[in-house]
Design a protein around this ligand. Structure first.
Ligand code: FDA
Length: 389
């Protein structure tokens, strides 16, 4: 069978591309349903974009690469699209936009847009081979034991990254890139909880508080959540993209900078109270107890000199933690790294050395922060390739 374009992967980027590619377009996916990650995203409400996406919200070996696509298909274009489909939405903190109803509305919308563009979607289709031919590409697919050899002038690789293999994630995009001579940068789990030796924070599990977290030269002011295995919550997911094995991350448990003044005032008012008790009235009590044990805090407030209080404040504001790992691809929201942008045209996503071969979405070395940025990259890069085809 002959097509103009075969898109590998019916996820966010692949479906967006299918809606714009035109011609005889086929989308192949080995999953039972299209857009499964969209369906489960944002706690079922899909944080589909952000009000203020810019290059600083993305990690890549070339931070300029994403600019062109993000500037040509913006958050406003996607908002306009969902408004046309009467999908109600709201803005949460930090410019994050979510559906009022369900993420399934976004999947349905993308499938409708792809159908409007006459794109076919074949599910439960394994991709057996992608090869160059004189006038385009050969794609061999297998469904229920039946093999189909397909031909197309263009192949768009939109099979995502390695995160959550249980949901069908594979490294296929990287294999195809290498097969065609493209470089792939180091890939690692990102937007992922960080782990510590067993039991370190077990007594704090479930506790969440606002912090400033710093690592790899970047800081985030968001919530931290202690878990049985370590730390999670938005601040930790964000910093995980910047953290490397063996490095410390620094947690400021009192980012308002008011702790010294508070402690001095309490020393005047409550001199006979225990330091840990007072700390537990400023920070969550369970955390104060944990820190008192870890740091060997003791004595009443009246016993604390200014110097001792300053030393405590320094520790609270710069609690250095060295994770022993992350929860890995099992729970990572995205994969950091991917197909090297040096081999791709930033306006079209086409491989510079292989005309007709495109890479879009998460498989490319463009990784967004938490907050709707990864979907915006999927929409923008999918649109850019679709337009170019
Ligand atoms: P995506 O993963 O969406 O699609 C790839 C498709 O390719 C899948 O359908 C898969 O089945 C298929 N495929 C893979 N290998 C294949 C193979 N070998 N053969 C055939 N098909 C294959 N982002 C955001 O901006 N806001 C959010 O709220 C969230 N929330 C969120 C929650 C959770 C739990 C996760 C795991 C991730 C998020 N994300 C997110 C990230 C977001 O889901 C992700 O960045 C995009 O889905 C990437 O879109 P792609 O189309 O590139 O890949």
């Amino acid at each position: 069978m002959e097509f103009d374009t075969i898109i590998l992967g019916a996820g966010a980027a692949g479906l967006m591309c299918a809606a714009h590619a035109g011609g005889r377009c086929l989308v192949l996916d080995h999953a039972k349903a299209a857009g499964e990650k969209i369906r489960i995203s944002g706690g079922g409400r899909c944080n589909f974009t952000n009000m203020d996406p810019g290059p600083r919200n993305f990690l890549s070996q070339n931070r300029h690469f994403a600019k062109s696509a993000l500037a040509r298909y913006t958050q406003w274009d996607f908002i306009e699209l969902i408004s046309r489909h009467n999908i109600a939405w709201h803005e949460k903190t930090l410019g994050q936009l979510f559906c009022d109803g369900s993420a399934k509305q976004i999947v349905a919308m993308l499938l409708e847009e792809a159908a409007k563009a006459d794109a076919a979607v074949w599910l439960e289709a394994a991709i057996v081979e992608v090869a160059r031919e004189d006038s385009g590409f050969r794609v061999v697919t297998e469904n229920n034991g039946r093999r189909n050899t397909l031909r197309a002038a263009n192949v768009v690789v939109a099979t995502g990254g390695k995160s959550i293999p249980k949901m069908g994630a594979t490294g296929l995009a990287y294999d195809i890139a290498r097969q065609f001579g493209l470089e792939v940068t180091e890939t690692r789990p990102a937007l992922v909880p960080l782990t510590f030796p067993e039991g370190r924070f077990a007594g704090l599990a479930g506790l969440s508080l606002p912090v400033r977290i710093t690592g790899g030269g970047t800081s985030f002011d968001e919530a931290l959540l202690f878990t049985h295995r370590g730390i999670s919550g938005p601040s930790v997911l964000q910093i995980s993209s910047y953290w490397r094995e063996g490095e410390a991350i620094s947690v400021n448990l009192m980012p308002s900078g008011t702790l010294f003044d508070l402690l001095r005032a309490r020393r005047t008012q409550d001199g006979r109270k225990n330091l840990t008790t007072v700390l537990g009235q400023i920070l969550p009590g369970r955390l104060a107890d944990h820190l008192a044990t870890e740091w060997g805090l003791s004595g009443n407030m009246a016993d604390q000199s200014d110097k001792a209080l300053r030393a405590l404040v320094e520790r609270v504001e710069k609690w250095d933690l060295v994770p022993n790992g992350s929860e890995g691809y099992r729970t990572a929201e995205v994969t950091l790294g991917g197909v090297d942008t040096g081999g791709l045209n930033s306006a079209t996503m086409e491989a510079k050395s292989v005309p007709g071969l495109y890479f879009i979405g998460e498989c490319v070395d463009v990784t967004g922060w938490l907050g709707g940025y990864n979907f915006q990259w999927a929409w923008s890069s999918g649109w850019a390739a679709g337009q170019a085809i």
